[in-house]
Design a protein around this ligand. Structure first.
Ligand code: HEM
Length: 503
């Protein structure tokens, strides 16, 4: 009996404590549920669940797909709670215009994401730096020194050299299946690397593979970004990236040191030189640290390599699936370059049909389907709904590009829709914005376009193409992969047949 009492007492204390704890959790859940479902003036959206909000509604397919399905039900301005964070999802050109034009300044911030902090040297790259003086400064250096039309033209010989290598490699596999994906990505990265840190660096290959590894880790939603109040998740996120970040950092520091130590006469100025010069010349207040420089070089490298390659890859995929378009494009390229006998940059302006093919590819396969996340700085109203400060903004450019209200036969690949009109991707047409819009629009458009036009023109001029294993054109798999950019899930493998040019 005595034993029983002794045994019973401690148990009952734990028991009561556990009951109280369960009640406390239930109370918190109900509280968070009712607060997230009660605000009357939020944009419409599905009911949120305790703790996870609407996360369960994004499970199972790629985020831009599930967000489109939800928007079909709840409208083009939708509210979702993802984890503990309020988001608005924009799925129409009108609302995109409100965000990117009418309220441009208010939505020019980026959220402070745990997943980005380590790799972006504490948000000191261009993409993730908060809207303000530092962002203005680094963005300006890059646009003025690297991304102007004149500077981009000066990289012409780099592009042409890399293309010759590509054509040679493909021609060597005449009649056999070639993995185009594995040829295109390194080539475009090679161009970006040479523009950013000069003549082929001995670090180039290792840098490319490390960056690809890092991009894979960055794909998908990160728990730490969904629950920013959790210190544990934040630390876990940092640990996840620490090893790869250290490796990349070592390569970048070597590149910077190598640039510092070389003699002036051997220099053809590249981005690293420009940033180092800026570092030396400026007063201590606006000086760039080595970490700032590394953050910016990474931006240019990833922006310059990853996105343009995926457009070339999707463009070739669509051309194979649409033989009529392929023939018309080949006829144009072969007519324009027929006399010359080779493709260079001087005639690219004449490839009107190819340009419309690239626009159509960007409409259906924007490399950044949800652009880059934004965050509101202050409370504001859109369409009569209240958007509080620090709300994250996701613009579903992929869904807007496929919206049947704005595009006829929206799911079909029809480059002709871009002929004889001036719809462009420079930020004025909110139904078509693969490069985003407003003051944080992609600054790399001028750099990107020749990196897409030139390889496509080469591939169309030199080769006819067919699918391996007697596959029919329409059977080509077009599944997308999840990740930071919208790549093909499976590599694109095609058989090249060298085209005999008639002089
Ligand atoms: C087809 C090629 C490309 C596509 C589709 C693309 C797309 C984008 C998008 C959607 C954004 C976010 C814009 C926004 O928030 O509204 C962005 C930002 C950015 N892109 Fe690109 N990009 C491409 C090529 C490039 C290139 C070649 C570079 C540099 C050489 C580059 C550098 C950047 C940078 C630095 C930002 C951050 C801008 C800021 O936050 O102020 N991009 N890009």
């Amino acid at each position: 009996m005595v034993m029983d009492v002794h045994h019973y007492h401690p148990f009952s204390v734990y028991f009561i404590a556990s009951i109280l704890f369960v009640f406390f959790i239930l109370y918190k859940l109900v509280q968070s549920w009712s607060s997230s479902n009660s605000s009357s003036n939020l944009p419409p959206g599905p009911t949120t669940l305790p703790l996870i909000g609407n996360l369960h509604q994004l499970v199972g397919s790629l985020p831009h797909h599930s967000l489109k399905l939800l928007a079909d039900k709840y409208g083009p301005l939708m509210h979702l709670k993802l984890g503990e964070v309020s988001n608005i999802i924009v799925t129409s050109p009108d609302i995109a215009q409100e965000v990117l034009k009418t309220h441009d300044v208010n939505f020019s911030d980026r959220p402070n994401l745990a997943s980005a902090r380590t790799v972006s040297y504490n948000n000191t790259n261009i993409v993730f730096s908060p809207y303000g003086e530092y962002w203005r400064q680094v963005r300006k250096i890059c646009t003025v020194e690297l991304l102007t039309t004149k500077r981009v033209q000066s990289f012409q010989s780099i592009r042409e050299e890399e293309m010759v290598e590509l054509v040679k490699k493909i021609a060597a596999s005449e009649g056999c299946a070639v993995n185009l994906t594995q040829n295109i990505f390194p080539m475009t990265y090679g161009i970006a690397a040479r523009a950013a840190f000069g003549k082929k660096s001995r670090y180039q290959q290792v840098f490319i593979s490390k960056i690809e590894e890092q991009l894979k880790l960055m794909g998908g939603f990160s728990l730490a970004d969904l629950y920013p109040s959790s210190r544990v998740l934040e630390i876990a996120e940092r640990v996840k990236f620490e090893k790869i970040h250290k490796e990349i950092d070592r390569v970048l520091q070597d590149i910077i040191d190598e640039h510092r130590n070389r003699s002036e006469c051997e220099v053809v100025e590249d981005l690293v030189d420009v940033l180092l010069k800026y570092q030396q010349e400026n007063d201590s207040e606006s000086v760039l640290t080595d970490d700032n420089i590394k953050a910016v070089i990474q931006d240019i490298f990833v922006g310059g390599g990853e996105t343009s390659s995926s457009v070339v890859e999707w463009g070739m995929s669509e051309l194979i699936r649409n033989p009529r378009v392929m023939e018309k494009a080949q006829a144009e390229v072969r007519r324009v370059y027929g006399k010359k006998g080779y493709v260079d940059e001087t005639e690219l302006q004449k490839l009107i049909y190819l340009k419309s093919i690239i626009k159509e590819t960007l409409r259906l396969h924007p490399p950044a389907p949800l652009l880059a996340p934004r965050e509101s700085r202050e409370r504001c109203e859109i369409n009569g709904y209240e958007i509080s400060s620090k709300t994250r903004v996701i613009i579903n450019a992929w869904a807007i590009g496929r919206n049947a209200e704005y595009w006829t036969e929206a799911e079909s690949f029809k480059p002709e829709r871009f002929l004889n009109n001036c719809i462009d991707f420079k930020g004025a047409d909110f139904a078509f914005m693969p490069f985003g819009g407003g003051r944080r629009i992609c600054p790399g458009i001028t750099f990107a376009i020749p990196n897409i036009e030139l390889p496509l023109a080469q591939l169309l001029y030199h080769f006819d193409w067919k699918l391996p294993n007697n596959m029919k054109n329409e059977e080509l798999d077009m599944t997308e992969s999840g990740g930071i950019t919208l790549r093909r899930k499976n590599d694109l493998c095609l058989i090249p047949i060298t085209h005999q040019t008639q002089m």
